[in-house]
Design a protein around this ligand. Structure first.
Ligand code: GAR
Length: 200
């Protein structure tokens, strides 16, 4: 029998992906892991309210409170280790983590990205910018990817992907919403359950 895995979710903004994870726990889609900590790098991230409403412990770690990336990441590592976290989920976490951080948690960090990697990914491609770039290029299909996080931004092993149609007249905002609803909010919980249920 597997133990229930201890999950931390790192966020920066609205937290709709965090909400999808919480909802998936409540509906039983995620049964092999439990979110026990949400860490935000923005004090006003609405994701914090979502976590608190679900009774999940939260922490805020602001880069400006530390004089280096190293110390900022050390604080996050301390919080994760205090809670014996098995899986770290980046769900709209808008800060690039150093190789020291990613190698410390090798194969224990996953990220959701709002495109079909290797399209529209890497440094500078985050949030709405990804959808702006997809529309500018004129792609007819986009989607989302869940992947392991390593030292290359959006470069780690792909775990799950789901395609989403681009429709004539789409704005970045409309496309973002469709990608979230049809892809991100589905494959992120599914990938979490897959990883947490694997024996290791
Ligand atoms: C999501 O679309 C997520 O894929 C994206 O930011 C949004 C966060 O929304 N992440 C990235 O672009 C990472 N490169 P949320 O806070 O509502 O989950």
């Amino acid at each position: 029998m597997n133990n229930i895995k201890n999950i931390a979710v790192l966020v920066s903004g609205g937290g709709t992906n965090l909400q999808a994870i919480i909802d998936a726990q409540n509906s039983g889609i995620i049964s092999s892991g439990r979110v026990s900590l949400v860490i935000a790098n923005k004090a006003d991230a609405y994701a914090l309210t979502r976590a608190q409403n679900a009774g999940i412990d939260t922490a805020v770690v602001l880069k400006k409170d530390f004089d280096s990336q190293y110390k900022f990441e050390t604080k996050i590592i301390e919080l994760l280790e205090e809670k014996n976290i098995d899986l770290i989920v980046l769900a709209g976490f808008m800060s690039i983590l150093s190789e020291r951080f990613t190698s410390h948690f090798d194969k224990k960090i996953i990220n959701v990205h709002p495109s079909l990697i290797p399209s529209f990914c890497g440094e500078g491609f985050y949030g709405l910018h990804v959808h702006e770039a997809a529309l500018k290029k004129g792609v007819k299909v986009t989607g989302a990817t869940v992947h392991f996080v390593n030292e290359i931004p959006d470069g780690g092993e792909i775990i799950m992907q789901k395609a989403v149609e681009v429709i004539d007249g789409d704005t970045p905002e409309i496309l973002q919403k469709r990608v979230m609803q049809q892809a991100e909010w589905k494959i992120l919980p599914a990938a979490i359950e897959k990883i947490c249920s694997e024996v290791n």
